[in-house]
Design a protein around this ligand. Structure first.
Ligand code: GLU
Length: 482
């Protein structure tokens, strides 16, 4: 064929003009035009703003849901010019039911955000496939909130600690009185006697009496005291064990059934469908529900507890709860997930976009991109590091560092006292030695220094008795000179 004549014809053709007077080649079906972009309602969130919100400074609409939406649009075979319109005052989360209703009433063409797909909403608008699976969970104050550095003090009240300590002193004193006249171990210089008395009563705690009692009366007192001690120590052990391990029984809520059966107040997030779900589907009295504004509000009301104007539990969707728990250790999830929902984008009834975006969301989830978007928003400091996943049956250092601190500081103080005492003794010894031998010394200053260090370690190594003897010798030098 004559290619020449075809190309000549091409030259005569004008630029194509597409419906809507567009000159750019369309990518397919046109959902909206540049002149009339899609009006997309966005929940202007005030809390958990990582999901979607309007930036206060730049007024830019941003968040995980927005990124997912934009990424899905790439898989739609035509252009979707759109405009995000924030819904809500930004001070409190807006009502999501209201947002969906506005789509059905043509105020918006669509709504994009963390909007849960529930029956009431699917009746009035079309949802895409869920791009994030989630469900409702129950959050309660954590079982191990009682653990802390000073947890070992908690089994007893201050009064009990006081009386126990006083009894140690009294028993020591009584035993000393009873033994002093007949037992050599309780005799000697007053200082030694006092130390023996204190150590004696303390050593009974560990059943390692350093000193034996001889008197009948003393033995009788000891028998009763050891029995009391046995009861006290075993009660202490039992109480500490329960504080550290089985505190989960401290909350009466163990799952959905006990939550419904109890009459305790329940918190839920403002604007969420959870309120109507609890009253309509689970028949929980409205008077039991408390609207909570923010994660700080969750923490405060949960810590207060149901008897002090707080709540016994908070019911919310897992993604929010995960964020809430990511930097708080005092709360935890109890029981299983109550419902299985998902988040989707909302479109007007019959909109072909809902179908096309569903396909796009499926393609996005099959690619790595959806996970990458999640990591970008929720794993800023590395996902694994930020999560407090711990085995509740394991005890952590948190519960014991107080004890280690106590032991460490006593040990360090003892070491410092020993070193100061020994160095002082060494200096005294050296001075005495120098005084006596100064005329015979011919060593240079550097060798003297080396000698001094060498001698200090020798000095420590030496038995204290021998050193004391040496002092005596210097004070009272032998008649034969060196
Ligand atoms: N995802 C919830 C819903 O669709 C909204 C939660 C909230 O109130 O912030 O109802």
């Amino acid at each position: 064929m004559d290619t020449k004549s075809t190309s000549e014809m091409d030259h005569k053709l004008l630029n194509a003009s597409w419906p809507g007077k567009e000159t750019d080649k369309p990518r397919g079906w046109v959902a909206a035009t540049k002149e009339r972009p899609l009006r997309i309602g966005i929940p202007n969130r005030a809390t958990f703003v990582e999901y979607v919100t309007e930036d206060h400074g730049t007024h830019e609409i941003q968040g995980y849901c927005i990124d997912v939406f934009n990424a899905s649009l790439r898989f739609v075979p035509y252009d979707v010019p759109h405009r995000f319109i924030p819904f809500g005052d930004g001070k409190s989360n807006p009502s999501y039911d209201e947002l969906v209703r506005m789509v059905s009433e043509d105020v918006f063409d669509a709504a994009v955000g963390d909007i849960t797909i529930i029956t009431n909403r699917t009746r009035i608008a079309d949802f895409t496939q869920p791009y994030a699976a989630n469900g409702l969970v129950i959050v309660i104050p954590n079982r191990n909130s009682n653990s802390g550095a000073w947890v070992f003090l908690k089994p007893f009240t201050a009064e009990m600690w006081g009386v126990t300590a006083a009894f140690f002193l009294v028993i020591g004193l009584v035993i000393w009185i009873l033994e002093h006249r007949i037992n050599d171990d309780f005799r000697g210089p007053p200082r030694r006697q006092f130390i023996t008395m204190i150590l004696f009563s303390l050593s009974t705690l560990f059943k390692t009496n350093q000193v034996d009692t001889i008197s009948t009366l003393g033995r009788m007192v000891m028998m009763v005291w050891l029995f009391v001690l046995m009861v006290i120590t075993s009660s202490y052990t039992a109480s500490l064990t329960s504080i550290l391990t089985i505190q989960q029984l401290s909350s009466p809520i163990t799952g959905m059934d006990s939550l419904i059966a109890s009459n305790l107040p329940i918190g839920y997030q403002v604007g969420s469908f959870v309120g109507s779900y609890l009253t309509d589907s689970l028949n929980i009295a409205k008077s039991r529900l408390v609207v909570l504004e923010s994660p700080e509000d969750y923490a405060e009301k949960l810590s207060l507890g149901p008897t002090n104007g707080g709540v016994a539990a908070v019911v919310d969707e897992l993604p929010y709860v995960k964020l809430f728990l990511s930097d708080r250790k005092d709360f935890g999830i109890v029981g299983d997930m109550i419902t299985k929902n998902g988040w989707g984008f909302v479109f007007k009834r019959g909109s072909p976009l809902a179908m096309d975006l569903s396909t796009a969301i499926l393609r996005l989830s099959e690619s790595e991109d959806l996970k990458k978007i999640g990591d970008k928003w929720f794993c800023k400091d590395g996902c694994e590091a930020g999560r407090h996943v711990s085995d509740p049956n394991q005890l952590h250092l948190d519960s014991f560092w107080g004890l280690f601190l106590l032991c460490g500081s006593v040990t360090l103080t003892a070491l410092i006292i020993f070193l100061v005492k020994t160095v002082r003794q060494f200096v005294r010894y050296k001075k005495k030695q120098r005084d006596l031998m100064s005329q015979y010394s011919s060593a240079t200053s550097s060798t003297r220094c080396a000698q001094a260090v060498y001698s200090f370690f020798d000095f420590i190594d030496e038995k204290e008795e021998a050193i004391k003897k040496m002092f005596k010798q210097y004070e009272d030098p032998p008649s034969i000179a060196v």
